[in-house]
Design a protein around this ligand. Structure first.
Ligand code: FAD
Ligand code: NAD
Length: 480
């Protein structure tokens, strides 16, 4: 293959997802000569087939869902109809606008965009196979690996069949499915379950663990379960999917082992039918193009690249960020890691902290959390104590007809904030107050001393802290 050689950069970033593009922009802001290599689409998973398109369709589904409740507000709208192709076009426009915007930002910051698959066999050299068949050798003092993650395809039989889809295909369906069986009760499954249910599909969730969103505060997940069940979503917990078959009527049948006497998924066979099966059992780091570096001793933890808190690997001048280093799989964490790596490369001293990043879930009602659950906090600090505040006691939530759910905050012995979780209106925006408090090491006192505007959802965050201190005003708490 013919190759061009001779370009030299301070930094080459491989992968242009939220980790990669933010790192490239930050290094360029600090005066670096930067290139970014992308084999498929600017913006990565998040902007093209992840966060943004799923939130565009969830927005559509939520707007549609609202019609059902309008009558109680005195708004007599006829039953609306829904057109999936128009919604998909809307989603495509949102994605195009955002990815186009990111490409423009990269260019405006002087970042060279190189289309093609990057391969890194040794520190300092990136070989790019361009779409036209040419090979381009790019040299750099520093390289950031930001190749993200890919969908896990579990090995059970029947997965490649017709109407068995993953999250990417779920964003492109021609019409609303009559019914969907979601394998997994993680973030992707619950968001799509909420979306398809709101559009009129019969939805079933099959999760092998005792809970959906197993790492979240149980009280909050129970609320979501209650809301989902009320809306007609079938939830099978402790139920492990083994295979998928075709029924005579053309439907898919998911075959699983249900809850047994031990409480685990070791009981009777469970058969669940649907027009579609959505498989969402996780994502795995994507070490594409770095087998040469791995041969040279790049430290790996299975598919993940091992990094320190400056995002540096064990090889000189090589950094890794985002889903590839995989401390979590969240776009905003990838972005922060990109900034940290870029700043270290440009001569600053930046470090990542993982004790206070927010975990948003875009169901309606939304969920958002940060830090520890109550049980985790009590295991660490026996003096830890929690406060909860229901949306039903918040004036703005009542006025907005969104009084389902609660806010929970966990305080340590000294009033330090160890964790928080919200299910309810604007949860993914509101959580930032607790995130800021935790990352700035503020305590209950600073939140209590902060005057929150009335009437707002934000008052519930202060009330939950008051509740933890047994002095909530808008719910009754026995004082002795
Ligand atoms: P990615 O976004 O995966 O980008 C990696 C890029 O590298 C890709 O563009 C890929 O083409 C490119 N690449 C790979 N190998 C090479 C190579 N050899 N050469 C050149 N280029 C290469 N997170 C949230 O925080 N909030 C959400 O609401 C959210 N929703 C999601 C919804 C769905 C359906 C999915 C699937 C994910 C969602 N996520 C969400 C997770 C989020 O998308 C990821 O955490 C995030 O994209 C990780 O960013 P990244 O930069 O590490 O990698
Ligand atoms: P996940 O790891 O969150 O959930 C997968 C679930 O599948 C787990 O609960 C697991 O127990 C279950 N499971 C696995 N095998 C099973 C089987 N055979 N039968 C039944 N259940 C089984 O993964 P995901 O939902 O695919 O999401 C992937 C990543 O994408 C997440 O880590 C998340 O960080 C990210 N994401 C984030 C957001 C957000 O921030 N709002 C949205 C979507 C995705």
């Amino acid at each position: 293959m013919p190759a061009t050689d001779g370009e030299i950069y301070d930094l080459v970033v491989v992968g242009s997802g939220p980790g990669g593009y933010v790192a490239a922009i930050r290094a360029a802001q600090l005066g670096g000569k930067v290139a970014i290599v992308e084999k498929q689409y600017i913006g990565g998973t998040c902007l093209n087939v992840g966060c943004i398109p799923s939130k565009a369709l969830l927005h559509v589904a939520e707007e549609y869902h609202k019609f059902a409740g309008l009558r109680t507000l005195g708004i007599m709208a006829d039953q609306p109809s829904f057109d999936m192709p128009t919604a998909i076009e809307y989603k495509a426009r949102v994605v195009k606008r955002l990815t186009g915007g990111v490409a423009q930002l990269l260019k405006a910051n002087g970042v060279t965009i190189i289309n093609g698959r990057g391969q890194v066999d040794e520190p300092g050299v990136v070989t790019v196979d361009e779409p036209g068949g040419t090979r381009r050798i790019v040299r750099a003092q520093h390289i950031i690996l930001a190749m993200g993650s890919v969908t896990i395809r579990p090995p059970f039989p029947g997965l490649d069949g017709h109407h068995v889809i993953f999250s990417t295909e779920a964003l492109e369906l021609p019409a609303v499915p009559r019914s969907v069986v979601c394998i997994g009760g993680g973030v992707i499954a619950v968001e799509f379950a909420c979306l398809f249910n709101a559009l009129g599909a019969k939805v079933t969730i099959v999760e092998m663990l005792p809970s959906m969103l197993a790492y979240e505060e149980p009280e909050i997940v129970k609320e979501l379960e209650k809301v989902f069940k009320k809306r007609g979503i079938d939830i099978h917990l402790n139920t492990r999917v083994e295979r998928i078959e075709d029924a005579a009527n053309g439907e898919k049948v998911v075959i699983a082992t249900g809850p047994g006497p031990s409480g685990g998924s070791d009981g009777q066979e469970v058969r669940l039918a649907g027009e579609y099966v959505l498989c969402a059992v996780g994502r795995v780091a994507n070490p594409d193009g770095i087998s040469g570096l791995i041969d040279r001793g790049l430290a790996m933890d299975r598919a993940k690249v091992v990094v320190d808190d400056r995002m540096a690997t064990n090889l000189p001048g090589v950094y890794a960020i985002g889903d590839l280093s995989g401390k979590t799989q969240l776009a905003h964490v990838a972005m922060t890691e990109g900034e940290v790596a870029a700043e270290n490369i440009m001569g600053h001293d930046a470090h990542m902290r993982y004790d206070s990043f927010p975990r948003p879930v875009y169901t309606f009602p939304e969920i958002a959390s940060v830090g520890m659950t109550e049980a985790q906090a009590k295991a660490m600090d026996p003096g830890a104590h929690a406060g909860t505040f229901p949306w039903a006691a918040n004036g703005k939530a009542l006025a907005s007809d969104s009084a389902e759910g609660l806010v929970k905050v966990v305080l340590g012995s000294y009033g330090d904030i160890l964790g928080a979780a919200i299910i309810g209106p604007e949860a993914t925006n509101l959580i930032t107050e607790y995130v800021l408090a935790m990352s700035s090491e503020l305590t209950a006192t600073e939140i209590i001393n902060t005057i929150h505007p009335h009437p707002t959802f934000s008052e519930a965050l202060r009330e939950a802290v008051l509740a933890a201190e047994k002095r909530a005003v808008h719910i009754y708490q026995r004082q002795r």
